[in-house]
Design a protein around this ligand. Structure first.
Ligand SMILES: *Cc1c(COP(=O)(O)O)cnc(C)c1O
Length: 382
């Protein structure tokens, strides 16, 4: 029996060639030709004001937390159903995390329940675009304006995803609406560089400081542009920029972005069509695509009726050579945070913790493999 893995990182074939070019160029530290090509690509294609490559999305979130000027005791609203980094980046700056529940029909943060969590100490809202599907950013930005808050979009999964603003006519790139957007190129994401990330700075006020924080608290970027005649230590920061080796890898992926995305969308749609009859019979829920969101085919997940049914499904698929996996464990129940959480129940988040399962989803998943998965599910429920 041939095993079908949950994920398989896709290589376009040009990665090692560009890495070799970077190495031979003699400039392998950060902010070289490949880094600048990647950043310009994102700025042009998606309309971000300024992009900085980072070594991970976690790093991009940490940069955003520094730029938000988080001080001890500031409150940051984060969904509980997310990856650790969405909260950790702010905890490191001294924030208190106020966890929010998911929507009943989507793992994304329930925007209608954010306002009741806002206090005079609230400083930032962190919408996480789960499965690459955008949160309702109009509502979030309206709250941010009303209460003078900053918005950091955790768009780790949301590369090449779009949001339809209020009149629903004009799609805007997900991650370009909040003050900051943070993306991941981890090998489990759509576009990869092994580890890697991107900070999109959408509010011009933060660009200059972002460049300084990116380069260990120095004004080196300005120096290299010839804007100052020497550079030195001017602020806090870290070494957030990736080497040219990573940027070269990423460039090979970006050249093939449309091909990768088209293939993933085709796989996603095939799953959806194949499994719809079972969802209609009530066996499980399929991913909901909110009316204002576009699907970037990052993930294909099902929501089962119970933890027990999900466990059975995962074992059944495994016995048949298919690796499916569950996802986040609500962060408000984590060992690290449960004693710091304020005790509110977050039932929707807990439901996704117990009931959500992700099916294999990667570029090289073959038609017949997908058919095998769909047929196995059909057999299971017959
Ligand atoms: C993958 C992911 C991250 C972390 O990305 P890294 O690049 O591995 O740091 C953060 N948030 C979400 C929602 C993710 O899916």
């Amino acid at each position: 029996m041939i095993m079908i893995p949950f994920n398989k990182p896709y290589l376009t074939g040009k990665e090692t060639q560009y890495i070799e070019e970077a190495v031979r160029s003699g400039k392998i530290s950060g902010n070289g030709m490949f880094t600048q090509k990647c950043q310009a690509f994102f700025e042009e294609r998606y309309g971000f004001k300024k992009c900085l490559l980072t070594t991970s999305c976690t790093d991009a979130l940490e940069m955003a937390a520094i730029l938000c000027d988080i001080k001890l005791g500031d409150e940051v609203i984060v969904p509980s159903y997310t990856f650790v980094s969405s909260a950790l980046a702010f905890i490191r700056q001294g924030a208190k995390i106020v966890f929010a529940d998911s929507e009943s029909n989507h793992p994304n943060i329930d925007v209608d329940k954010i306002e009741e969590l806002i206090t005079p100490k609230t400083k930032v809202i962190v919408p996480v675009h789960y499965a690459g599907m955008s949160c309702d950013m109009d509502k979030i930005m309206a709250l941010a304006e009303k209460y003078n808050l900053l918005v950091v979009e955790d768009a780790a999964q949301a590369i090449d995803s779009y949001y339809y603003s209020a009149d629903r006519s004009r799609p805007v790139c997900t991650g370009s609406i909040g003050h900051f957007g943070c993306f991941s190129f981890h090998e489990t994401k759509n576009i990869i560089s092994g580890e890697g990330g991107l900070l999109a700075i959408n509010d011009e006020r933060f660009i200059k400081r972002a460049e300084i924080i990116w380069e260990k608290g120095t004004n080196r970027a300005e120096f290299f542009r010839g804007e100052v005649n020497k550079y030195g230590w001017v602020d806090t920061g870290s070494s957030f920029l990736p080497s040219e080796v990573i940027a070269a890898f990423l460039w090979a992926q970006l050249e093939n972005l449309d091909d990768i995305q088209n293939k993933r969308k085709q796989i996603w749609n095939q799953y959806y069509e194949g499994l719809k009859p079972l969802a209609d019979k009530g066996c499980f829920e399929l991913p909901a695509i909110p009316e204002y969101a576009e699907n970037n085919a990052h993930m294909f997940y099902l929501v089962l009726p119970s933890l027990e049914k999900r466990s059975k499904l995962i074992s059944y698929l495994k016995e048949n050579g298919i690796l499916s996996v569950f996802h986040y464990i609500s962060l408000h129940t984590s060992d690290f945070y449960k004693n710091k959480h304020d005790g509110r129940d977050l039932p929707n988040s807990d439901r996704y913790t117990d009931c959500l399962v992700r099916l294999p989803m990667y570029y090289e998943l073959k038609d017949e493999e997908m058919e095998r998965i769909v047929n196995l599910l059909i057999e299971l429920y017959e």
